[in-house]
Ligand binder design. Sequence first.
Ligand code: IPE
Ligand code: IPE
Ligand code: MG
Length: 259
Amino acid sequence: MNQPLEYIFPNPPEGLDPRELHIEGIPEHVAVIMDGNGRWAKKRALNRLKGHKAGIEAVRETIRCASDLGVRYLTLYSFSTENWKRPEEEVVGLMDLFAKTMLAEVDALHAEGVRVRTIGDLSILPEETRAAFDKAWEKTRENEGMTLIVAINYGSRQEMLHAAQCLMRHAVLQAEETGEVPQATEELFERGLYTAGIPDPDLLIRTSGEMRISNFLLWQIAYSEIVVTDVLWPDFDRYEFLRALLEFQGRDRRFGAVA
Ligand code: IPE
Ligand code: IPE
Ligand code: MG
């Protein structure tokens, strides 16, 4: 842990006690499906983009809290390969918001020792959005604090196809060299995933009550604990994060074995 619990959670709501958190049981990797921005805006008769903007504060707070608690990897699902189906105004607004937010936050993240990287196919993003993430990676790549992984134009099926293609290329090269087709192994397949080298998420949080995965990290969440909260993403804060962590710590992870 990088900060004391009283500092991280100064004003817990009634009935929520940060001291119940076991520091030794903080998950190494937390992944979040940040959902509900649109509904948050609709409830207030606002444009959907206002909901996405309001979600930035929740992003900031979650990153800070996870980093302070000593989480090593935080993956945030920001834009899926299916989100291009949304109205153009929303897509353009989101891409602009990603670029501006990244540029505005990179110095603070760097000062905290956070390493910023992405997963997904960035090649088709608008130039400014791609450049903002490239800049953040260049600036923070040597940092040794928490790794923040922004999933953008990310789709798990696309990622697994990419891994299968890498595996096929590897097999062809090996066959040409040795005359034998190598065995496909989990290790070889994982080398072609965007998340190669990153441990699987221990905890997957989804906000806004939806009980689905929406094409996120299908391979990697094989044994993740899943916590779904009804809270809409812009209302998510450090105390909601704490609730999810406490629920995680109450789970019995068996990985298929006997307890
Ligand atoms: C999640 O909020 C943000 C993105 C997918 C970019 P939504 O925009 O999906 O919000 P709802 O689900 O419509 O409420
Ligand atoms: C998942 O949310 C994608 C992100 C949070 C970026 P969606 O709102 O796109 O998912 P569905 O459409 O409800 O499954
Ligand atoms: Mg949604």
